[in-house]
Design a protein around this ligand. Structure first.
Ligand code: HEC
Length: 104
């Protein structure tokens, strides 16, 4: 009986999406990143802006930039305030903000 219960509980937990990403495409950028990255608040590289992002990519690889953003640096808050974001959610948001031609 006990085993049965914990199995059902596990199934409920899995199907509730606790372990999966909770965000629709574009949602993280809209809800968390755009407030700073849309217009370059506090020196944030602007969404879709080739010169802002290529200046950074000239000095660091895509992975390094993703990692630095995740950790937070100077005026960039850790995870961009998206506490519920997994690292994959964060990287997906970064990919949406990068101009197409700069994607790795
Ligand atoms: C409160 C404002 C703010 C929010 C919200 C924010 N950022 Fe930033 N972000 C910045 C600023 C300012 C910088 C530039 C920091 C610097 O040069 O030290 C930055 C830099 C970055 C960088 C480059 C890091 C580097 O070292 O080159 C990445 C990647 C990044 N942000 C991703 C994101 C993502 C993804 C989100 C949303 C999940 C987000 N940011 C939300 C302000 C913000």
């Amino acid at each position: 009986m006990m085993r049965q219960c914990s199995k059902i509980f596990l199934l409920l937990l899995l199907s509730s999406g606790v372990f999966a990403t909770e965000f629709a495409p574009g949602e993280v950028v809209q809800r968390f990143c755009a407030s700073c990255h849309a217009r370059g608040i506090a020196g944030a590289p602007r969404s879709g802006d080739v010169s802002d992002w290529s200046a950074r990519l000239a000095q660091h690889s895509f992975d390094e930039i993703a990692e630095r953003g995740w950790q937070g640096s100077r005026r960039m808050p850790p995870k961009g305030y998206c506490q519920r974001c997994s690292y994959d959610d964060f990287v997906a948001a970064l990919e949406e903000m990068l101009p197409q031609q700069l994607l790795p």
